[in-house]
Design a protein. Structure first.
Length: 218
């Protein structure tokens, strides 16, 4: 949640707490009771949205993606360096042009381009597997590179899926917060005027919460 959204959520929780503490004063007013319950329902939905699993998954997937990216880059640089050496030794300029890259170049690339380059390096390693064994790159190392690439691709896909879900939930959260504003501004604030004279302490407590916290939220 953003700072503004969090401030609104805190305001709503404090309002509900104030209403609960004075429930006996409005228990016989059906419209007031319904509005208070509507506020509680919206508050619960906001809380569930803010603590949703997809948002937590997005954070976790981002950490795993970064770790997998580091593992991929490290393996790629080793393999690419050996292939570059092979290209120089065999005067293979075409191969050299395909495998010449640095760590900084890899990290600056979009993730999809990293995968493309990784697949190209892997393909060249397979194509020269019988030769690069003499340079210290084993068939097993080439297989492990493919595994690292696939793991990275899967994490990117999972991250994209979590990002889409989290974006949808962020939109839903914004709508819920707007609903709470409507309930407070257009209904509860007006209903509270019933108690301005009869129960001034309740009235003051409610609007103190609304005004103090609302100043932060808006």
């Amino acid at each position: 949640m953003t700072e503004k959204q969090l401030a609104k959520q805190q305001m709503l929780q404090k309002v509900i707490r104030t209403l609960d503490e004075n429930e006996s004063l409005y228990a016989t007013i059906p419209v007031f009771v319904k509005t208070a319950q509507d506020l509680k329902n919206v508050a619960n939905a906001i809380k569930m949205g803010a603590e949703s699993q997809p948002i937590m998954n997005l954070l976790e997937s981002t950490v795993k993606r970064n770790e997998s990216e580091t593992a991929l880059v490290n393996r790629l640089i080793v393999t690419a360096s050996i292939l570059s050496l092979l290209a120089v030794d065999t005067d293979n300029t075409a191969l050299l042009s395909k495998v010449s890259l640095t760590k900084s170049q890899l990290y600056r690339m979009p993730h999809c381009e990293q995968v493309f380059i990784a697949r190209r390096i892997h393909a060249e390693a397979l194509a020269h597997v019988e030769t690069i064994i003499n340079y210290g790159i084993t068939a097993n190392a080439i297989y492990e590179l493919e595994t690292v690439i696939s793991r990275y691709e899967n994490l990117l896909a999972a991250l994209d899926a979590d990002a889409v879900t989290s974006k949808r939930q962020a939109v839903t959260l914004e709508y819920l917060l707007a609903d709470s504003d409507t309930l407070l501004n257009d209904r509860m604030d007006k209903l509270m005027r019933l108690f301005k004279t009869s129960h001034p302490n309740f009235y003051a407590a409610y609007f103190n919460v609304r005004n103090i916290v609302r100043a932060v939220a808006e």
